[in-house]
Design a protein around this ligand. Sequence first.
Ligand SMILES: [Zn+2]
Length: 119
Amino acid sequence: MRRKNEKTEDVKRWFLQEVERLWPLALGSLSLRRGPCIRPNCPVCASGEGHASWALSGRQGGRRFSLYVPQGVMPEVQQAVKQGRQLQELMREAGQRYLASLKRARGLGREFRRKARKR
Ligand SMILES: [Zn+2]
């Protein structure tokens, strides 16, 4: 597709295709935490050291969340977090292309000169 002439609908189609390709998605950070397990009389817990486990954490609507991530699904969740960051980059690009297509559609070019940048 030629980006030069793309319309807002083209930007939408491109964006949705990319999102489809990027699934699974997650936003947050993966970190190791230590805590007790559910087994009774566990020697590791009794030692006070606790068990290391992965957690997906972040903020949702101003609230912190931290979810246990079992070892068995770590690769999938890692991939989702990586692709979540790619989605953020994709949205940055989408916004720029959307704006360009809007201006093109309405015949609005540059009305102001860019300030010369100092070196
Ligand atoms: Zn334990």
